[in-house]
Design a protein around this ligand. Structure first.
Ligand SMILES: Cc1ncc(C[n+]2csc(CCOP(=O)(O)OP(=O)(O)O)c2C)c(N)n1
Length: 322
């Protein structure tokens, strides 16, 4: 473990915060308190945290429909996020966007996105902007294995490659796109193999190991900042919940043995054990972090609940640029 203990503990705290946030979002959805959709990031926490730990605050990210983890890892405010999920006026989009439209430009979070694959061209544009501004900023696009079959993936990688843009394409391969297995939908066994078509590095890492993700992301970031162009980083992972929460809890169409197996190797529990083995934290330290996170999530839900609904007469506010 080459990182300093405070950094390691921050990574643990962020992973546990994402877990607690989305576990609560799932519960609040089924309690009828969240009117829109919730795509839980449970099980995938190590990817958002490992990648964002390699970034600066002014670096840019684009996210997906499953975006709470990326948003939290980039440093977003839990209260404004929860209020947005609740459709309340103190939320990030004043309650008009919901889970899939959260953005916070002040931390370089350019937006979640309900359109599969749509974050990649946006991140490519942000990387072009950084290059034209002669800054050493980088832009990261998170996306799923399903999105790697979209035209936006191929167009983005090609442009980023020919223009040597400081872009990092992070594929979260959880093996499923809704109910379609990657083993059916992908023409390759690993998404990273597609990097060869664009003459850029393609790397596959264990996406449940936050330090493995961090190391691979750090290399990609160094390469991008040095003007050497984009990287395709594929992180193998498992989605613990069904594609999206649904009223009435219908059965998950996937065979669940792989998920149950993955849950035996929970990325947060495994990382917590490693921290204890290396003397970075005691069980009591981790328990204290968990208590602080639970209090922060309770505060976020209380903030969301107390926040007023948007008013009908404000429907067109914040929709069009003035
Ligand atoms: C362009 C487009 N096509 C289809 C959909 C419907 N849809 C929403 S999520 C999803 C699956 C995405 O799978 P993947 O990219 O692997 O991400 P994951 O859900 O596994 O995180 C689909 C097909 C959509 N929102 N946008």
């Amino acid at each position: 473990m080459t990182l300093a203990p405070p950094h390691l503990l921050t990574m643990y705290r962020q992973m546990a915060t994402i877990r607690a946030f989305d576990a609560r979002a799932v519960a609040e959805f089924h309690a009828g308190n969240i009117p829109g959709v919730v795509h839980a990031y449970l099980g995938q926490e190590a990817i958002a945290v490992g990648v964002c730990a390699a970034l600066r605050r002014d670096d840019k990210i684009t996210s997906t429909h499953r975006g709470h983890g990326h948003t939290i890892a980039k440093g977003a405010d839990l209260k404004r996020m929860m209020a947005e999920l609740f459709g309340r006026s103190n939320g990030y989009c004043h309650g008009k966007g919901g889970s899939m439209h959260i953005a916070d430009f002040s931390i370089g979070m350019l937006g979640a996105n309900g359109i599969v694959g749509a974050g990649m061209p946006i991140a490519t544009g942000a990387a072009l902007a950084a290059k034209l501004a002669k800054s050493d900023g980088v832009a990261v696009a998170f996306f799923g294995d399903g999105a790697s079959n979209e035209g936006s993936f191929h167009g983005s990688l090609n442009l980023a490659a020919i223009w040597k843009l400081p872009a990092i394409f992070v594929c979260e391969n959880n093996h499923w796109a809704v109910a379609v297995p990657a083993s059916y939908a992908l023409s390759v066994s690993e998404v990273s193999a597609r990097a060869a078509s664009y003459n850029i590095p393609g790397v596959t890492v264990e996406g449940t190991d936050v330090l493995a993700v961090y190391e691979a992301a750090t290399q990609a970031v160094q390469r991008a900042r040095a003007g050497e162009g984009p990287t395709l980083l594929e992180c193998m992972t498992h989605r613990w919940r069904m594609h999206a929460e649904q009223r009435g809890n219908p059965a998950d169409p996937r065979p669940l043995s792989a998920v149950e197996e993955a849950q035996q190797h929970d990325p947060i529990t495994v990382f917590g054990k490693r921290l204890q083995e290396h003397g970075v934290a005691t069980a009591a330290t981790l328990a204290q972090i968990e208590r602080e996170i639970q209090a922060a999530i309770d505060d976020a839900v209380a903030f969301a609940t107390a926040s007023p609904l948007p008013q009908p007469e404000d429907a067109l506010l914040d929709v069009f640029a003035s």
